[in-house]
Design a protein around this ligand. Structure first.
Ligand code: SF4
Ligand code: SF4
Length: 180
């Protein structure tokens, strides 16, 4: 997928963090590793994903690695907030990771699994659209029918955020790549 060559300064983490509550929170990290020893993703990946190293890179303005290269990949964070609850310095990891994700999304730099799922929600109002096989299974289990969703309302809501625009841009980029 096409990537932007250079980071737009508007999106730079440095600009976002300097002199803000979030930036002050970021600066409080003293590298104790509590977050990385408690993070379920870090445990599951045997340290390949490490929230402490993301905070460290954010603190030293390594935007390119975090936003463009996704190395380390902040999208591996499930946003469970466990790290934040246990951080002795009260670093707002959740909001910091969200900022990094939003910045990388602006560069269309989102793992495919996320865009596919978001697209399903946009198109069908559900991450897993209704299908006859699911309906049949629910019936066999004596469960009520899947509730219907107002897709137009969901599209309208998503259209009020950058999500709709980003999904369309990614779709166009993918089509262009297929045509090449
Ligand atoms: S737990 Fe908090 S202070 Fe410790 S490394 Fe993680 S972010 Fe930094
Ligand atoms: S919020 Fe992300 S980084 Fe923090 S513990 Fe949960 S998965 Fe790990």
């Amino acid at each position: 997928m096409e990537k932007m060559e250079k980071i737009d300064p508007v999106l730079s983490l440095h600009n976002d963090f300097t002199d803000t509550e979030l930036g002050i929170s970021l600066n409080l990290c003293y590298n104790c590793s509590t977050c990385s020893t408690i993070c379920p993703v870090a445990l599951e990946t045997e340290g390949k994903f490490n929230p402490r190293s993301i905070i460290l890179l954010a603190n030293f303005d390594y935007e390119e690695r975090l936003i463009v290269d996704l190395s380390p990949n902040v999208w591996d964070c499930t946003m469970c907030e466990l790290c934040q609850e246990e951080c002795p310095e009260g670093v707002n990891l959740h909001e910091i990771f969200l900022k990094i994700k939003n910045a990388s999304a602006s560069y269309h730099n989102i793992p495919k699994s996320y865009t596919s799922e978001t697209n399903q929600v946009y198109l069908y109002g559900k991450a897993v659209p209704s299908q006859p096989v699911i309906d049949k299974r629910r019936e066999q289990l004596g469960l009520p029918k899947s509730p219907s969703t107002d897709v137009d309302e969901i599209k309208k809501l998503m259209g009020m955020t950058p999500v709709e625009k980003i999904l369309k841009e990614i779709d166009n980029l993918e089509k262009q790549a297929e045509e090449k």
